[in-house]
Unconditional design. Structure first.
Length: 77
């Protein structure tokens, strides 16, 4: 029961981090980890958002190489 809840929270945290990565990629706005004064917490925040960037890159690479997705012409690239 407790393990399932921990896994659920971990997946939720990764999803939020991935959402933040998507917002950063589409709008250029990102959380400012440099405003955290404690170096340990800053490092944890940077790693946390780094995980989201990695997951976002994996999802994007999968979509680019998938026949189920196509470019709609409205993107910025």
């Amino acid at each position: 029961m407790v393990l399932g809840r921990l896994v659920h929270y971990a997946v939720d945290a990764v999803l939020l981090s991935t959402l933040a990565a998507g917002v950063r990629r589409s709008s250029g706005f990102a959380p400012n980890a440099e405003s955290i004064s404690d170096p340990t917490l800053r490092s944890v925040a940077e790693r946390y958002f780094g995980v989201g960037e990695t997951i976002f890159d994996m999802i994007q690479a999968t979509a680019v190489n998938s026949p189920y997705f196509k470019r709609d012409g409205k993107g910025s690239r």
